[in-house]
Design a protein around this ligand. Structure first.
Ligand code: ADP
Ligand code: MG
Length: 636
């Protein structure tokens, strides 16, 4: 994603679906307790005051006559396109058991629900977007899991145990070891999904309505890879979730009006409510980690996804309290603000074919576990012909040759380094050996060209010098400031970070010309031999040198001034001397006290060349010597 740019907020959309009466006799008795008002609002009887109704407004309200297509087209289909932008999306069916969650999500062969419709459309979309000639290649994988009693169970691999949920450095949620089946057609999807769903239903009867207490999560990933530079990679995840029944499972029997009890049986569902509250209130801590479901939905609620919550409610009076509680939950969710962003990165495995049947891998052990016989059987998600033609059209060589030579050089050296360490080199460069050789040759040629250019520059410089040496009259015409022999420039080593004070030449000349001159600037000429690059005879070149000549009186005066400062100056004054810091200044004062005044400036020079430590130990030795002498005197 683009660094630093805050993505625009996207609200969690909330729809409510009221199912028709399934108990016809109850309908005949007219025991309706909820009814729709318009396409967004509904009302429900207030059980505290029968004269009143409670009104709720949502993004959408689907009445008992609404079809599966109405719900899908109105609330789900619009978010699918975000997957192709590398964003996440999620659809959650919420509500008490028997209110129509599974009907909404899965439906029946006659009335297919959100899941089959979304898969159908998504596969169609990816086929169109990933067609040859389009900028991206697309692949789709599916995973199907169940969260039951805080255990994450892989429905595509029922033998695997409880799986862990992890988060990568970019905040993406991963389940290492979770089976991912590549799907290219709806038939592929059904082949994996139907047996897994049947397994779950069998479990439900055997395990006392397990399905109403577990969350079924279908995860569909759309992976996109850009065909040309800069080879971006995008991943969009779609969660299709049939949540556990929101009723309080501690209640048994369903006769009469079931009274809502406090507390929660299903931890995940309970924490989901807390997460929604925390997000609504803008609390600093959102308890995503307190349950498996919320951890999994971390990037779907209040995170980076476009979320739609479909609260399913039933019209029967016996559902009344569960309906009120579901509506209240849905009303709270409406306030959650998501900030979708695009999960985009540069491809590492530009040319590695997308594995078809694989598991989300993190550790080597999981990787080992994932290898199954189906893997070879299924092959690549791209139709082989399409893949082959794509790889021909966008060969690795072409892509890499678009790269900046410096970057390419770095990659190649990294590749060599990795190769020397026994690994297979950078995945980007895991190209056929022959092509790699060609690339290396290109880089070498570029290097040679740079060298050639450098040589040419040197030759030109030498030519200029030669011309100057031959034509001294021309040189005379030039002012000293203008005269900048190239040879001198090339031998000058710049010392960055050091401050240099440059006195303009005019100033020196002015000083030299002043009548009260103790300092004289002498201009000397000396001859210098210049090496020629072409191997011909070295050139002799006259060079101007500037020397300072100071009068003896001024020197004596200066020395006396330094001596005075050494013997009388405070530690602070001493610091004005060159290369004398606070420590040395203090040591000099100590030295002075022990040894008396300095007799000559050269003493200072000795002090200057000593390091702080040397000076300290030197002085210490003298102090000890003196102390010993003092003791000796006292004893005698
Ligand atoms: P849940 O998954 O919430 O426990 P189900 O989806 O199993 O509820 O629905 C309970 C019953 O109601 C099922 O027999 C289902 O076919 C029926 N049902 C639910 N919603 C509708 C609907 N919109 N139209 C017709 N029948 C429905
Ligand atoms: Mg169900």
């Amino acid at each position: 994603m683009g660094a630093g740019r805050r993505p625009p907020p996207a609200r969690v959309r909330v729809a409510v679906r009221l199912r028709p009466f399934v108990d016809e006799t109850a309908g005949a008795n007219g025991t309706f307790c909820v009814r729709g008002l318009d396409s967004c609002s509904l009302e429900i009887a207030n059980w505290r005051n029968h004269q009143e109704t409670l009104k709720y407004q949502f993004d959408a309200f689907y009445g008992e006559r609404s079809s599966q297509q109405d719900i899908y087209a109105g609330s789900v289909q619009p978010i699918l396109r975000h997957l192709l932008e590398g964003q996440n999306a999620s659809v959650l069916a919420y509500g008490p058991t028997g209110a129509g969650k599974t009907h909404t999500m899965l439906g029946s062969p006659e009335q297919p629900g959100v899941i089959p419709r979304a898969l159908m459309d998504l596969l169609q979309l990816t086929r169109e977007e990933g067609a040859e000639g389009r900028p991206w290649t697309l692949s789709v994988t599916m995973s199907y899991l169940e969260i039951y009693q805080e255990k994450v169970l892989d429905l595509l691999d029922p033998a695997s145990g409880d799986l862990v949920i992890r988060e990568d450095c970019r905040g993406n949620i991963l389940i290492p070891g979770l089976t991912q089946k590549p799907i290219t057609s709806f038939a592929d999807f059904e082949r994996h999904f139907l047996p897994a769903s049947r397994n779950r239903t069998v479990g439900a009867t055997r395990l006392n309505q397990r399905s109403s207490r577990s969350h079924a999560v279908l995860l569909v990933k759309v992976d996109q890879r850009e065909r040309l530079a800069p080879f971006r990679q995008r991943e969009g995840k779609l969660y299709l979730i049939d949540l556990a029944g929101s009723e309080d499972n501690r209640r048994t029997g369903n006769k009469g009006l079931r009274l809502k009890e406090s507390g929660a049986i299903n931890t995940s569902l309970f924490v989901l409510g807390k997460v929604v509250d925390a997000l609504n209130q803008g609390l600093p801590r959102v308890p995503y980690r307190d349950s498996k479901l919320t951890r999994l939905l971390q990037d779907s609620l209040g995170g980076s996804a476009h979320s739609i919550l479909i609260a399913n409610i039933a019209p029967e009076r016996c559902f009344y309290l569960d309906t009120v509680s579901a509506l209240n939950f849905a009303a709270r969710s409406k306030e959650v603000i998501n900030r979708p962003f695009t999960n985009e990165s540069l491809q590492l495995h530009v040319f590695a074919p997308v594995k078809l049947s694989q598991k989300e891998q993190l550790g080597p052990s999981e990787a080992k576990k994932t290898r199954g016989p189906e893997e070879e059987e299924i092959g690549n998600p791209e139709p082989p012909a399409l893949l082959a033609s794509a790889s021909q059209k966008f060969s690795p060589l072409q892509k890499l040759s678009n790269m900046d030579p410096a970057m390419l050089k770095h990659l190649l050296s990294l590749d060599r380094l990795l190769g020397s360490q026994g690994t297979q080199g950078t995945p980007l460069l895991s190209t056929p050996r022959r092509e790699r050789m060609v690339l290396m040759k290109t880089v070498e040629e570029k290097d040679l060209e740079i060298e050639r250019l450098k040589m040419k520059q040197k030759e030109l410089e030498a030519k200029v010098l030669a011309q100057e040496a031959v034509d001294p009259k021309e040189k005379e015409k030039l002012s000293p400031t203008m005269h900048q022999p190239l040879a001198r420039r090339t031998v000058t080593v710049a010392k960055p970070l050091k401050k240099a004070v440059v006195i303009p030449l005019q100033l020196i000349q002015e000083q030299a010309a002043s009548p009260n001159a103790d300092i004289h600037i002498l201009k000397k000429s000396r001859k210098k031999k210049l090496e020629c690059l072409d191997g011909s005879e070295p050139l002799e070149k006259a060079e101007d040198c500037w020397e300072l000549q100071i009068s003896p009186e001024l020197l004596v005066h200066g020395r006396q001034k330094i001596l005075d400062l050494l013997n009388e100056g405070s530690a602070r004054d001493l610091r004005s001397l060159q290369r004398i810091g606070q420590k040395k200044a203090q040591l000099i004062v100590g030295w002075r006290k022990l040894h008396g005044p300095f007799s000559q400036v050269e003493d200072l020079e000795r002090v200057k060349v000593m390091s702080g430590k040397q000076l300290e130990s030197f002085l210490k030795a003298n102090i000890l010597g003196l102390a010993a002498a003092g003791q000796h005197c006292g004893a005698s």
